[in-house]
Design a protein around this ligand. Structure first.
Ligand code: NAD
Length: 249
């Protein structure tokens, strides 16, 4: 069954990891997708990979600076011109750092907030304007399990994800009357580049605390994004859906 037949989605951070899995699952469910990344080179590589799998995929690649509202609006405009609408906005691009508070640089904190929070605001605002005109839509944000428990180092990252939850719940309440649903997915430890960068001595004890006994795969997380984007979630809004194997770290 194609759960997103005839829908158009934009996915930020779509070149790899969780975002790439979301792009692929959406395409396989009948959606047209604008895949966004931070560099043309990685966007092209992701497009090549998709086209090699299925040359009929309806997908374009874009490289807007998500911290620039004009560039975000332009990317949405291009998506609308190409596919006719914007039904689903997935705000997934994110970065993290694990510095201890004593060494944490103020500019690094600001950098994390700029992409993980301000850019989500920019994209959600621009998407909501278009969706309101269209009569509705879905905005999805990538949060994290650290938005529930915090994290013992790298305070900027969990702080940014707590903000993503606040933004999600508040926008759900503000935009419900415009038929726009807003939800977030909160992944646990997921096998992507972000996790591959973790040293074994950090990863192993982490896995030992996960009741399902493994890290999540990007596809585990993408399935939640599919559900929330689809009409199966037609009465779900303001939800932070954990996909973390019941981890509590
Ligand atoms: P990843 O590092 O594999 O991919 C990150 C994506 O973000 C890439 O597509 C990259 O192009 C994009 N990106 C990075 N900097 C950017 C910038 N300045 N402008 C635009 N795009 C930029 O990461 P991932 O693990 O797939 O993470 C995706 C999301 O999932 C992030 O929001 C992350 O916080 C969240 N998350 C990941 C995990 C995990 O364990 N991997 C757990 C919880 C939450």
């Amino acid at each position: 069954m194609e759960l997103l037949k005839g829908k158009t989605a934009m996915v930020t951070g779509g070149t790899r990891g969780i975002g790439f899995a979301v792009v692929k699952l959406y395409l396989n469910n009948g959606a047209s997708v604008a895949l966004c990344g931070s560099r043309q080179e990685t966007v092209d590589k992701a497009l090549d990979k998709l086209k090699a799998e299925n040359p009929d995929y309806k997908v374009i690649g874009l490289c807007p600076d998500l911290q620039n509202p004009e560039e975000v609006a332009k990317a949405i405009e291009v998506t609308k011109e190409t596919f006719g609408a914007l039904d689903i906005m997935v705000n997934n691009a994110g970065i993290s750092a694990r510095d201890k508070i004593y060494d944490y640089k103020s500019e690094d904190f600001a950098k994390i907030m700029a992409l993980n929070v301000n850019a989500v605001f920019n994209c959600a605002q621009a998407a909501a304007k278009v969706m309101k005109e269209q009569g509705g839509g879905v905005i999805l944000n990538t949060s994290s399990m650290v938005s529930i428990y915090g994290q013992p180092s790298g305070v900027g990252y969990p702080t940014s994800k707590f903000a993503v939850n606040g933004l999600t719940k508040s926008l759900a309440r503000e935009l419900g009357k415009d038929n726009i649903r807003v939800n977030a997915v909160a992944p646990g430890v997921t096998r992507t580049d972000m996790v591959a960068a973790l040293p074994d001595e950090l990863l192993k004890p982490l896995i030992a605390t996960i009741p399902l006994g493994r890290v999540g795969e990007p596809e585990d997380v993408a399935n939640a994004f599919l559900f929330l984007a689809s009409d199966m979630a037609s009465y779900v809004t303001g939800e932070i859906l954990s996909v973390d194997g019941a981890a509590m770290t």
